[in-house]
Design a protein around this ligand. Structure first.
Ligand code: ISL
Ligand code: CA
Length: 539
């Protein structure tokens, strides 16, 4: 690879807009809030922001239910605010990635309003309508991710419509060419405005079996699993026809220079990599969520990295995600000490990393009192730990009231410990996780080996995960201690010395290493390797 694209070398930062910063005093984050803190993001060192949906929406699923794809929801601001945000971001060399939600619309979208009006409405076939199997019985056994049948009966016309998620999120019929071209026009609308790309919501759901066959029973289903896991989603997701739909979307993206298409895909690695498409005609980056579900254990992680690296198609660029607005916070999954090790892993692996807002200060799951639950998933399928509100709480900017996020009570509670754990405090504190994130992001920009170098596994023994990254003779050695016991590590073969570039504790900068490195419990270090002996190293 001689030159690399921005989406290969930059780090992406996910903003959940409701929770980033409120600027107009309604307790909900907005576009002006984002614009006000672009310098914070530049200083942190990320190169792109992905903003979860900001389009007109009744907010049944907090913006993932869109009623007008070409307008900004007033809750977030105006189109002028959006244009100003774009300009301010580009002035700072920050890319802007929007969230494209093509699988379903809101039930309030005019298309659906028309579609449901009568069986012969020209938009009827824009959604998925079926007759009852028999009176009062859904067309087949397909289940919604938000609980219950995926079919909702509409009395007016006596048919059911399909919704993979909320009843208020009817699925579009992507087999209909008019739907495809309308959605392509949506992409062009924002591309012309200069957006740098899209993260495409549930892209593997886009097309369903044309014979509407029943999904098979899942023998692995366990009590307490999300209820839709009762069935294997064989006929509802990951259908072979999806790849042509994605290739067509990609061609729209390619009408414009230098844009990126990212797919949200929860599939095992062997299925995931198909979304690069034949001859890389699919998405540039099929989101790799394997770390989100991983057991936090050196061998398991080494294995999933190896499997992923081995499965990538020629020219397919890797990517890594540690957290998002649908999954429990990394700091709660692995604990605050290992959250630092996780940060080092995320930012030293080969491929584009995505950072979820707030993870840079180690934000944890916030317990949500029952009366404050907002998530439709938790409301529909209560008490199974599926609720997503705890990972969507207001960003803790400072120790002031409501953590500096808003001047009134925010839409979700602020973490109880915000007075100690907040951005302002962590900027001041050299030992903070924020400072570690910033250092690692700077290191990625300084070191081509981290940005673009090859990945080579060294070993995974006990709690230690070791690998190198290499580019044109530069070698970087990464040592991650996933346990709490101190240990020592020998430098890999062909290197006699090294210089420590960063420790997760933030206190060993530029330390020289002779053959053996002492590693503390829960410590990770990045070492620049040298073929020369330690005495020959420059200061
Ligand atoms: O099926 C899953 C994992 O196997 C689910 O996690 C689910 O498909 C995933 O969370 C989809 O998420 C996206 O689409 C939803 C929306 O509620 C989420 O916030 C969004 O990220 C519907 O638009
Ligand atoms: Ca607001």
């Amino acid at each position: 690879m001689t030159s690399a694209c921005w989406w290969q070398t930059d780090v992406i930062y996910q903003i959940y807009p409701r929770s980033f910063l409120d600027r107009n005093g309604d307790g909900i984050g907005d576009l002006r809030g984002i614009a006000a803190r672009l310098d914070y993001l530049v200083d942190l060192g990320v190169g792109a922001i992905w903003i979860s949906p900001i389009f007109a929406s009744p907010m049944a699923d907090f913006g993932y239910d869109i009623s007008d794809y070409n307008s900004i929801d007033p809750l977030f601001g105006t189109m002028a605010d959006f244009d100003a945000l774009m300009k301010a971001a580009h002035d700072r060399d920050l890319k802007v990635i929007l969230d494209f939600v093509p699988n379903h619309t809101s039930d309030q979208h005019p298309w659906f309003q028309q579609s449901r009006a009568s069986r012969d409405n020209p938009r009827r076939d824009w959604y998925i309508w079926r007759n009852p199997a028999q009176p009062g019985v859904a067309p087949n056994n397909w289940l919604s991710e938000f609980g219950g049948s995926a079919w909702e009966f509409d009395g007016l016309t006596g048919q059911y419509y399909y919704h993979a998620f909320h009843t208020r999120q009817p699925d579009l019929n992507w087999r209909n060419p008019a739907v495809r071209s309308a959605m392509h026009e949506v992409l062009r609308f924002w591309l012309r405005k200069g957006v740098d790309g899209f993260r495409v919501d549930v892209i593997w759901h886009l097309v369903k079996d044309d014979q509407y066959r029943d999904n098979p029973i899942n023998p692995q289903f366990r009590l307490g699993d999300p209820p839709n896991r009762r069935l294997v989603p064989l006929y509802t997701t990951d259908r072979p026809e999806v790849h042509d739909l994605i290739a067509a979307m990609r061609r729209v993206i390619d009408e414009f220079d230098d844009r990126v298409l990212i797919g949200e895909i929860y599939l095992p690695i062997e299925r995931l990599i198909a979304y690069y498409g034949r001859d890389l005609s699919g998405v540039h980056l099929p989101f790799n969520f394997s770390l989100i579900g991983a057991r936090w254990q050196a061998q398991s992680i080494a294995k999933l990295i190896d499997e992923y690296e081995a499965a990538l198609p020629p020219g397919g660029w890797p990517n890594w995600v540690l957290g998002n607005h649908d999954r429990p916070r990394i700091a709660s999954r692995v604990g605050p000490d290992q959250a630092r090790v996780a940060a080092m892993l995320l930012l030293t692996l080969r491929g584009t990393p995505t950072i979820y807002y707030g993870d840079e200060i180690g934000m944890q799951q916030v317990p949500i009192p029952p009366e404050q639950i907002r998530d439709p998933l938790e409301k529909n399928v209560p008490g199974r730990g599926l609720g997503r509100d705890g990972a969507r709480t207001p960003l803790q900017w400072d120790g002031g009231k409501f953590a500096g996020f808003a001047t009134v009570a925010p839409w979700l509670p602020v973490a109880a410990n915000y007075a100690q754990q907040n951005i302002a405090e962590q900027i001041r504190n050299p030992g903070s996780i924020y400072r570690l994130y910033r250092r690692l992001l700077a290191l990625r920009r300084e070191q081509p080996a981290l940005r673009r170098g090859s990945y080579r596994p060294i070993s995974a023994n006990g709690d230690l995960l070791l690998y190198t990254r290499e580019f044109e003779g530069d070698r970087i050695f990464v040592v991650l201690n996933l346990g709490s016991e101190p240990t020592a590590v020998a430098l890999p073969a062909e290197s006699r010395a090294g210089r420590l570039l960063v420790s997760t504790f933030g206190d060993r900068d530029r330390e020289l290493v002779r053959e053996i490195i002492d590693i503390r419990g829960n410590e990770g270090v990045v070492v620049e390797l040298s073929k020369q002996a330690v005495d020959a190293l420059p200061d």
